[in-house]
Ligand binder design. Structure first.
Ligand code: FBP
Length: 569
């Protein structure tokens, strides 16, 4: 049997939703026209058709009952970016909404993410197909991808395909960038008098698509619960075997919401929060010292074991490493630096990096790192040469096609483990430390993106799917589906839509002003971080690890949600 008993049982779970979504409803404006989050004039100029719209709320239909059948709608849907648990329930909610309003409606799913729309690769989603995916994790019914629909040519192709397929609506399930691009597409379609309404659904395990209008992105709750169970197990492994430090990196590149939430759930000895690192301008040696000090103090208590957690993006937040990466980008992009590592001439960062990487076959990594260090400022050169060679080489050689350092590939948990070890050796030599330090490193990332969705994510995604369908039927374009009051029972959530441009600002990227939905990072003055700050000192030395256990689908704790979502900041 392919499906476990639990997976089969989850198929028949009936997601909860606000009662207003049970039948036909009305959508009414409930605010003044909203300005952009920043640079309102520039956003208005970029999105003349999408901008300065009001919030809208879904309410009960007070007209004649029964409500007449709706017109048949054709709606497309796609997943964009990394998977997040609950996506299939967005499809279920959307499908059910359309089918309830008119059985002749159809839902088309684009395959492989936004590229499916550009290449017009789609399937028709029906009841049979959906049944197997109800309340299941992953995005595999359609697949996902990171292609962006942003250039004039891509917008035109996407628009043409929407026209060809006669789509009344297109639902884009994605994070901040995908929703910004959803708005660009909505604008393009409106400008060309197309019929397709574009509606976004907030997704990302990282939890950084969050603001005064959107309380949570789906997938975060399940991811945190998955990681928290694993990290909690590591804490008890550490205190049981009493011989190692588990050093664990958790996904979340631009924000540390996951690490902070997991810290609150598991009580590690040290949790590093990137936003604090940036705010306090903590350099790599400073972070190494924070951990080494904890190890020393614990060793004095006879504890040569512990639990340390870090966020995926940590190195990018350290000012010294940030400056080093910026210099490396400069140096390796300069046309005449391509003889680095005895490589031939070439132009541009990617070419230089590729050639330097090829040269690594004939020269040792250490030699190449030294050659590159000679081109840097004294400060950056010293830092580069102080890093263990494999990491220094990774920074110099391992670049993406655009020539950027592949930060998510840097195994910062191993880098930090090695540097802490080095520091402890130094202290041993100075006779200020006499313990033993042995580490096991972990990276928990992909493990958290496709698991069976928590009850919260099942309910939230189903609700968002229903809402997205309703927004499309009522002709709303350039909106994101939303539910608020998430700390309450789903029956009490309020639902509606928020204009995408109201969450936008202008950022300078690669020398250009571009519209972006701002990412939410950990608020150091907020209640979640402050509650961690108030207890972290005690957790350093005590073994206060918290039993978390597997995510629950039944029983009194099944509907608990993360502290982060529970807390409005
Ligand atoms: P999204 O923002 O697209 O949801 O993805 C988030 C994430 O899970 C990050 O935490 C991680 O940095 C990234 O995806 C890794 O993605 P991949 O390796 O699949 O490209």
């Amino acid at each position: 049997e392919k499906h476990s008993t639990l997976a089969l049982e989850r198929h028949v779970y009936r997601p909860r939703r606000p009662p207003v979504l049970s039948g036909s409803f009305v959508v009414t404006r409930c605010s003044e026209a909203l300005p952009a989050a920043g640079n309102d004039e520039k956003i208005a100029a970029l999105f003349p058709h999408m901008h300065r719209k009001p919030l809208v709320r879904i309410g009960f239909h007070s007209g004649p009952q029964p409500v007449p059948v709706g017109r048949p709608l054709r709606v497309g849907v796609l997943f964009s970016g990394g998977p997040a648990s609950g996506g299939h329930n967005v499809l279920t909610g959307l499908y059910e909404y359309l089918a309830t309003r008119n059985v002749s409606s159809s839902l088309l799913g684009f395959l492989g993410g936004p590229s499916g729309l550009l290449d017009d690769k789609h399937i028709e989603i029906d009841e049979m197909l959906l049944f197997k995916h109800r309340n299941q994790g992953g995005f595999h019914l359609l697949g996902s991808g990171r292609t962006k629909i942003e250039t004039a040519e891509q917008l035109e192709v996407a628009f043409r395909n929407c026209e060809k397929l006669e789509l009344d609506g297109l639902v884009i399930v994605g994070g901040d960038d995908s929703n910004t691009n959803a708005c660009l597409l909505g604008e393009y379609i409106a400008e060309h008098r197309g019929r397709t309404c574009v509606v976004g659904v907030p997704k990302t395990i990282d939890g950084d698509l969050r603001n005064e209008y959107i309380e949570a992105s789906f997938g975060f709750d399940t991811a945190c619960k998955t990681y928290a169970e694993l990290v909690s197990n590591l804490g008890f492994d550490a205190s049981s075997a009493q011989k190692v430090y588990h050093i664990c990196r958790l996904m979340g590149r631009s924000a540390s919401h996951i690490t902070l939430e997991v810290a609150l759930q598991t009580h590690p000895n040290v949790a590093i929060i990137s936003e604090e690192v940036a705010a306090k301008r903590q350099t790599l040696p400073m972070i190494v010292n924070i951990i080494a000090d904890t190890v020393c103090e614990r060793a004095q208590m006879g504890k040569n074991y512990g639990l340390v957690i870090l966020p995926e993006g940590i190195v990018e937040f350290m000012p010294d490493i940030r400056a080093l990466i910026a210099e490396l980008n400069e140096v390796l992009s300069a046309p005449n630096t391509s003889n680095v590592g005895a490589a031939a001439t070439g132009n541009g960062m990617a070419a230089a990096a590729a050639e330097a990487a090829a040269a690594a076959d004939t020269k040792s990594e250490a030699t190449i790192v030294k050659e590159i260090a000679a081109m840097l400022s004294d400060k950056s050169a010293t830092l580069l040469l102080s890093l263990p060679v494999p990491f220094a080489a990774q920074l110099c050689l391992d670049r993406d096609p655009h020539g950027n350092v592949q930060v998510s590939k840097i195994e910062s948990e191993r880098l930090i483990a090695e540097l802490v070890d080095r520091e402890l050796q130094r202290r041993k030599h100075e006779r200020t430390y006499c313990g033993t330090f042995s580490t096991v490193t972990h990276f928990f990332g992909y493990e958290g993106r496709c698991g069976l969705p928590s009850n919260f994510d099942c309910n939230y995604c189903y609700t968002l799917g229903l809402v997205a369908g309703g927004l499309i039927e009522h002709g709303y374009t350039g909106y994101m589906a939303r539910a608020t009051g998430l700390c309450r029972a789903p029956e009490l959530w309020e639902v509606g839509g928020v204009p995408l441009t109201s969450m936008m600002n202008i950022e300078r990227r690669k020398g250009k002003d571009v519209p972006v939905i701002e990412k939410s990072t950990v608020n150091l003055g907020g209640a979640v971080f402050q509650s961690y700050k108030s207890v972290r000192h005690a957790w350093r030395l005590s073994d206060d690890y918290r039993v978390v256990g597997p995510m629950q689908f039944y029983g009194p704790h099944a509907d608990e949600i993360t502290r982060t979502i529970e807390t409005t900041e």
